[in-house]
Write a protein that binds this ligand. Structure first.
Ligand code: NAI
Length: 254
């Protein structure tokens, strides 16, 4: 038995329409998991149905679900549907997130609230819905935080605050839920080449400076996050909870 296997596990991934969430959804499906990939709109998750038709992966499956994590009650409904079908939901990956490039003094109330609502409250609500539904069976939660939850960064004050909060949420839930057979860990990606970092890539001087700060001298690719997520979802990390795995090409080592 391969302890790193996620074969047959049911996995819910929020924000799976693109970027890191999409890479995780594809990889978990390829490894034989039953993946429920969420997007905020039906169109943004249409790629899953197309892939399912065009590519048969024995054992694994990919199903699209519409879920906006800012809507209270929405996660509970999706989780209930999955449990009705599969009997359990083995793993929740809270990946949905938004960012902005705003100086600290430039934040308007609604922009601040949107980032907090999605990144922190959205992850928390989904954790609560998952715990409520799985409290008898237990489960595994992976919160996608960021290195900006561990170190500071310019033009990202609210984002940094929410990602730090996600890491602390991970630790706090560990103290409450681990005795009920839950494991809650965080994955902290470094600068990763997705739509979220498009603004940086458009500014060559900023990009160059950022690459200089990365010992591996390249941005992460969404696929670079897969190994750590598979580890955290699998039995290989069975005695690990309340921890943060950093995948950042060495940025936070400097
Ligand atoms: P992205 O912008 O490509 O994808 C974000 C995903 O979140 C999209 O699928 C989007 O639809 C979804 N989303 C946004 N608001 C939502 C809501 N209210 N409800 C449900 N889904 C929602 O960005 P990326 O880079 O793939 O980000 C994924 C996660 O990784 C985020 O939590 C982000 O903060 C985190 N991260 C990204 C880094 C990067 O450099 N790209 C670095 C560190 C962390």
């Amino acid at each position: 038995m391969n302890p790193f296997s996620v074969e047959g596990k049911s996995v819910l991934i929020t924000g799976a329409s693109r970027g890191i969430g999409q890479a995780l959804a594809q990889a978990f499906r390829d490894q034989g998991a039953h993946v429920y990939g969420c997007g905020t709109r039906a169109e943004s998750i249409a790629w899953m149905a197309q892939e399912a038709e065009s590519r048969d992966v024995p054992g694994g499956s990919l199903t699209g679900e519409v879920l906006n994590v800012t809507e209270p009650g929405a996660a509970a409904a999706v989780i209930a549907r999955i449990i009705e079908k599969r009997g359990r939901l083995d793993c929740l990956i809270n990946n949905a997130g938004i960012a902005s490039n705003t100086p600290a003094m430039g934040f308007k109330e609604d922009e601040m609230e949107a980032i907090i609502d999605t990144n922190f409250k959205g992850a928390f609500r989904t954790c609560q819905a998952y715990y409520r539904a799985q409290r008898r069976q237990g489960g595994t939660i992976i919160n996608v935080a960021s290195i900006l939850g561990l170190v500071g960064g310019p033009l990202a004050s609210v984002y940094c605050g929410t990602k730090g909060a996600v890491i602390q949420l991970t630790r706090a839930l560990t103290t409450e839920w681990s005795s009920n057979n839950f494991r809650i860990n965080a994955l902290a990606p470094g600068f990763t080449d997705t739509d979220m970092t498009e603004m940086i890539k458009k500014r060559p001087a900023v990009l160059e400076k950022m690459l200089e700060a990365i010992p591996m001298r390249r941005m992460g690719r969404p696929e670079d996050m897969v190994g750590a997520a598979l580890f955290l979802a699998s039995d290989a990390s069975a005695y690990m909870t309340g921890q943060v795995i950093v995948v950042d090409g060495g940025v936070t080592a400097m």
